[in-house]
Each structure stands twice: as structure tokens, then as C-alpha cells.
Write a protein that binds this ligand. Structure first.
Ligand code: FEO
Length: 172
């Protein structure tokens, strides 16, 4: 059984993951409208992953006798300025999510909820990979600079950059 404090903290994280999915969906749509097809596909995929993170939490809360709440969400930005700024936003957003997960782990220890602590280790590992992915992409972007040919290749290749390849250091 989850304590009330643990349940509330997990529900807050459900919202964070749902809002992350919305943010990346909005980035996908912006990129699509700008003709950045590869970047857009990358963001659609990333949005789906965040929804999966949210669903995993919902299932866990309900399985432990809690009630996962589906709340209203903050409206994401609709204009991201440039693709460089957008990926910087993605990186900052993932740092924010990591902090949120760390806080959640802290609550699980305070509540002596070792099952939840164990469950959350998946998210801890995932955040390491997500941050690595975002950093890999930012490194590539700084190499491109303002080179149009570089952007063309980046847009083509970014679809292949996955969380797994970035974590393994094999992203091209
Ligand atoms: Fe669910 Fe990108 O963190």
C-alpha cells in the first residue's frame, strides 16, 4: 500500500511525464511545419516515450492500491525559435525531469517504501540516458554551426539517434 505522501508524489510525476509528452509533441509539430522532417519524427517518437513513462507510473500506482490521477496539463510553447534553441530546451527539460525523479526517490526513502524505491530505479537509469542523448545532440548541433549542408545531414540522421545509442556512446 502506498502512503498518501508517496501516492501524491507519484501522481505529481505522472503529470510531469504527461506534460513532457505534450512539450515534445509541440516541438514535433513546430519542426514539421518548418519542414524539418527528421527532427519532427525524432520529437514525435520522444513524445511517445514520455507517454510510455507516464503509463508505467499510472499502472504502478493503481497496482499498489493507489489511484492514479489524470490531471489537466500546462499548455506547451508553440514557437521554439530555432532548432538549436529547441534542442537546448529539450536538454533543460530533461534536467528538470531528472531533478523531479530524484525528489521522488527521496520521498520513497523518507516513507520507507522500498518497493517504490526499487520501481523508481528504472527512471533513474532512464534519466541518465536521456541526458546523455540530449548532450550528444547538442554537441552535434554546435559542430554544425550555421552550415546548411550540416543541417540537412543532421535532420536526416537525428531520427537514428536513440536513447540507447547515446548511452552506449555509439551515436554517430
Ligand atoms: Fe520521462 Fe524524458 O523523461
Amino acid at each position: 500500500m502506498l502512503t498518501a505522501k508517496m501516492e501524491k508524489a507519484l501522481n505529481d510525476q505522472i503529470r510531469v511525464e504527461a506534460e513532457s509528452s505534450q512539450v515534445y509533441l509541440s516541438m514535433a509539430s513546430w519542426a514539421e511545419v518548418k519542414g524539418l522532417e527528421g527532427i519532427s519524427l525524432f520529437m514525435y517518437k520522444h513524445s511517445d516515450e514520455e507517454r510510455m513513462h507516464m503509463l508505467k507510473l499510472i499502472k504502478y500506482v493503481n497496482e499498489r492500491g493507489g489511484h492514479a490521477h489524470i490531471s489537466d496539463l500546462k499548455e506547451p510553447e508553440t514557437d521554439f525559435g530555432s532548432f538549436q534553441e529547441m534542442f537546448k530546451d529539450l536538454y533543460d527539460h530533461e534536467i528538470f525531469v531528472s531533478q523531479s525523479i530524484n525528489e521522488l526517490v527521496h520521498v520513497s526513502l523518507e516513507e520507507k517504501d522500498y518497493a517504490t524505491h526499487n520501481f523508481l530505479q528504472w527512471y533513474v537509469a532512464e534519466q541518465i540516458e536521456e541526458e546523455a542523448l540530449a548532450r550528444t545532440i547538442l554537441d552535434k548541433i554546435s559542430l554544425i554551426g550555421n552550415d546548411k549542408g550540416g543541417l540537412y545531414l543532421f535532420d536526416r540522421d537525428v531520427q537514428q539517434i536513440t536513447v540507447e545509442s547515446a548511452a552506449a556512446g555509439t551515436a554517430e
